[in-house]
Design a protein around this ligand. Sequence first.
Ligand code: 4GN
Length: 256
Amino acid sequence: MWINVISLFPEMFKTILDYGLINKSIKKKLLNINFFNPRDFTDHKNRKVDDYIYGGGDGVILKAEPLIKSIYRAKLKMKNNVKLIYLSPQGKKINISLIKKLMLYKNIILICGRYKGIDERIINNFVDEEISIGDYIVSGGELPAMVLIDILVRQIPGVLNKISSGNTDSFFNNGLLDSPNYTRPQKLKNLLQNKVPSVLLSGDHKKIKTWKLKQSLGITWLKRPDLFKKKKLTQKEEILFNEFKNSYLKKNNFLE
Ligand code: 4GN
């Protein structure tokens, strides 16, 4: 996957390039990230990239010309199959199906806005899709772009060691949250909840799988009722969920 980022602050991306999965993917040549700074594409003496908004109002936006030049340069080495994305609170909110659609593109260009945004003509003439990481505003498109890059990289085949671990994350595959995980030691001193559930130590893989599914169902019901409502349960899942629910209600002294 080839990602070209248009940003006034490419240095911000150091944090994700130098660590973890993204760093590994670049070394493995599964990912290539390049930066294009609109400030390098200005005619102005003082390299001005922002300007006041027509019609008045506070603040400035990014001027069109440096962005257009950045886009042309960013597209130069990318052949077909390019998707140009503008990170914006007005965009489509990221979810699994949006990510799967984006994964069909080998070449992605991300535009990071600053100040009060960018000249609307950039959106009308160049942007294929406006994408949002959620209903809130941060001070630039860089952090949202990094979030999107991280999400996409995890989907590239060969990036996660175990192919399955990208799929057993919360949300993927079955629309349920992950079941609780424990590691050594088996008992923690001075804690009220100090034990690992015994089934996980039993070595009985079938039993463990069933326990995990039941926990996933129950935890999704408790923590994310909105997701749980959307999920169609199989007969087996229905039974497991009812077991979870009944023992949960009993434990918490609820009467049905
Ligand atoms: C995207 C950009 C939030 C998102 C952003 C988001 C920069 N904040 N929810 N900040 O994905 C107005 C124009 C804010 C630039 C933009």
